[in-house]
Write a protein that binds this ligand. Sequence first.
Ligand code: MD3
Ligand code: FE
Length: 217
Amino acid sequence: MTGDLFEGLTQARPSRQALAEGAVLLRGLALARQDALLAALREVIAAAPFRHMVTPGGFTMSVAMTNCGRVGWVTDRRGYRYDTHDPESGQPWPAMPPVLLQLAHDAAEAGGFRDFKPDACLINRYVPGAKMSLHQDKDETDFSAPIVSVSLGLPATFLFGGLKRNDKTQRYRLAHGDVAVWGGPSRLLYHGVAPLAEGEHPLLKRQRINLTFRKTV
Ligand code: MD3
Ligand code: FE
């Protein structure tokens, strides 16, 4: 019996689930290093606080975002892009903490992608009600590298479809500590997140934080 009163807080060993060709879900992979991960995240967030960005169409996103790494993903009325500097502070984005880089590398390797060296980590914060509409991640130039995503805090319903917006979607529940790798034929699949349900996570309280590691060039 390995059950835990606090769902998702501990897991004896990570499990692996194929999602699509080139995509694998590594449940619980981040749990063994969650303390170091959360400590590093707190430092990044102190230097570059979460903010609600505006889409080129003029909508304020319900998800709050920040970044670490050589470049960060930004959106404003001028468009989507990667930028070396945080537009709020005028400073370079905080460096990618080694514990984040190592987790992304290890996850990619478990997914069959060697030597993954992301130069950007987009950090998304969802509170109940926040969502992310179906989209493709295509602001990068190197689609041969995978994207690695790490879920922390409240669970979410993640959706992913095909290469066309109207392709049928599948739904998965992503919980605290789950890591997914999206490479090869899965790299440009449409994906999104359903509105976050109410809840309280033992460590992160009323929020979900998602990290996506990208190699942009
Ligand atoms: C499938 N974030 O930041 S992570 C994003 O949970 C984003 O915050 C979601 O989509 C979140 O762009 C989903 C899972 C994910 C990330 C990238 C993908 C799935 C993907 C790229 C290709 C296919
Ligand atoms: Fe995405």
